[in-house]
Design a protein around this ligand. Structure first.
Ligand code: J2J
Length: 538
């Protein structure tokens, strides 16, 4: 395996192969098979493209040759930050073909995050769109480039400005290098994170393709399926559960929706006869309201998946009552483990649980604070190990010692309960993270940034309840200089290049922090404090 990555122990790897989970597939191999089987069928639709499998294959070949001519090769890291567009797939499959490793940045990431990905992986290239949602990614590239010596190529979808257009890659006569092997790392996913810097998740062809293949089966995908990709394309949920890659695996069609507004998305569903889509909880009431008022033609829609953050049973019920589609709850993580309610589960399971794992070999342990198993049905920490769950983050030895048990179980940081029917219910979170409607914020990461301000003596960031997003972030700050206002700190964080969703939604100043028995800041008391303030104001 790639250096600084933790392989599965040989005994487990042998088991996963023997069980037929790891079949020796690779992304380039799967794409070639699909081109042979479904060449003329529609693979990808976007605002500007309508690609058959053959057309996708041709675009992948052109880009692979171009990247190769630029000197991008096996194991080279490439930060990919594209909006939902057809070219996303041409780029990543071209990189897969060369054995180069995409790092899936989110469109919301800014200088701070992108620079970190480059510094951490020594990435050699950066693939961006010219502009999207009012933001110019070329100027971001300019800012990043100044501090990152490893960055050799900025490749732009659209108007390239000072850089090179993806339409204008060099042509190469001659052979491409050999394709990657099934056990090779295929790309880096991003961890939601609860530490000072975002961690990277190395996923192999074999392990990811197993999760995709099995997910496609659980969701009953076929060559007739049409998947609408609404949330950012590089996110693990939209990419793999079963997502766009699961749909391509099944020979279906992926529709790339560049803007998640319900008007745009619902029009796509009617126009392309979409059969399945995936949403984060805050989008659900907005969609349901839009369905009521716009009355779009949703007859094709069979499955609506919801996941990424806590989803209330009441809202789940609304979905089942107001849409003529099956609701599927999805509880997953980019590190691996994904749970689904099954399409034929009783309504009670679909409304009140987050489903069960993909694989019979997903091992689940629910433990107390001392790693001892809790009684069946009790709430505890979720630990997991399995054929598509990593055994270590990339280049993070010290953190890995805490994030994984000595026998390789990943500590998810989630608090869950196992129902008698074998389904998991997510009850809360032990990790120091804010889940802002599916967007994950590491409290420590933002606290570090705030502490860089000369007037911040100490700070602590906690989740506060929010009717729309479920949670928002609140920063409690002890300041040195009384004249420093919340707005000054927010401006400071923006200037440091932090993604907007990580900027605290609210800042409260305190003279001192409540402490725990061992003298640490009591975030529990801070959460109670902000809840009381919100209640008093309403
Ligand atoms: C409560 N919390 C949830 C749910 C994830 C499919 C679906 C989601 C993700 C994802 C993913 C939740 N209810 N239904 O990768 O493939 C929280 C948990 C979890 C963390 C992982 C997929 N579904 N969560 O959200 O890596 O806290 O993956 O540990 O972004 O989101 O976040 P992420």
């Amino acid at each position: 395996m790639l250096e600084h990555c933790t392989p599965w122990p040989e005994a487990l790897a042998a088991r996963y192969r023997a069980q037929g989970y790891w079949r020796g597939e690779t992304f380039p191999g799967v794409l070639n098979e699909r081109i042979e089987q479904h060449g003329e069928r529609l693979a990808i639709v976007s605002d500007t493209r309508r690609w058959s499998y053959q057309a996708l294959g041709a675009e992948v070949e052109r880009m692979a040759a171009g990247f190769h001519a630029l000197g991008i090769g096996a194991k080279d890291r490439v930060v990919v930050q594209l909006p939902n567009c057809a070219e996303f797939f041409a780029v990543i499959f071209a990189l897969f073909r060369l054995g180069a490793l995409p790092v899936f940045a989110l469109p919301a990431h800014r200088r701070f995050e992108i620079s970190h990905f480059f510094q951490h992986t020594q990435a050699v290239a950066y693939v961006i769109a010219d502009r999207h949602a009012g933001f110019d990614y070329r100027s971001l590239a300019g800012e990043v480039k100044a501090g990152v010596p490893s960055l050799r190529h900025v490749l732009v979808l659209g108007e390239p400005g000072a850089y090179r257009s993806l339409d204008d890659l060099p042509r190469l006569a001659g052979e491409l290098p050999p394709p990657p092997r099934p056990g090779d790392v295929a790309f880096f996913q991003l961890s939601g994170g609860s530490t000072g810097t975002p961690k990277l998740i190395p996923r192999t062809h074999d392990d990811y393709l197993y999760s995709i293949r099995a997910s496609a089966q659980i969701c009953q995908l076929s060559a007739e399926s049409v998947y609408l990709s609404v949330i950012p394309a590089g996110h693990n949920f939209t990419l793999s559960s079963p997502g766009s890659l699961g749909t391509l695996y099944a020979g279906g069609t992926v529709v790339m929706c560049a803007h998640p507004s319900p008007e745009v998305a619902l029009a796509w569903i009617a126009r392309e006869r979409v059969t399945i889509t995936a949403l984060v909880p805050p989008l659900v009431p907005v969609w349901l309201d839009a369905v009521k008022s716009l009355k779009p033609d949703l007859r094709s829609l069979k499955v609506v998946q919801v996941g990424g953050a806590r989803f209330s049973s009441d809202m789940a019920r609304r979905v089942t009552q107001e849409l003529d589609a099956t609701l599927q709850q999805v509880f997953g993580m980019a590190e691996g483990l994904v749970n689904y309610t099954r399409l034929d589960d009783p309504l009670d399971v679909i409304l009140h649980s987050q489903g069960r794992p993909i694989s019979p070999d997903d091992e689940i342990r629910i433990v107390d604070d001392d790693d001892q198993p809790v009684a069946l049905g009790e709430i505890g920490h979720l630990l997991t190990r399995g054929p598509y769950t990593i055994h270590g983050y990339y280049q993070a030895e010290e953190h890995n010692a805490r994030a994984f048990t000595s026998d390789g179980f990943y500590r998810t940081g989630d608090l869950v309960r196992l129902g008698l029917d074998g389904n998991l219910v997510v009850e809360g979170r032990a990790k120091d993270q804010i889940n802002r409607g599916g967007e994950k914020i590491s409290a420590e990461e933002v606290e570090h940034q705030l502490l860089a301000h000369a007037s911040v003596v100490d700070c602590a960031i906690v989740a506060m309840p929010d009717a729309y997003l479920g949670e928002k972030s609140c920063a409690f700050v002890i300041r040195q200089d009384e004249s420093v206002r919340g707005i000054d700190l927010i401006r400071f964080l923006r200037e440091r290049g932090l993604a907007t969703y990580k900027i605290p939604d609210r800042i409260e100043f305190l003279a001192r922090f409540p402490k725990t028995g061992v003298g640490k800041i009591s975030k529990k008391h801070l959460r109670q404090d902000i809840e009381a303030r919100l209640a008093a104001a309403s």
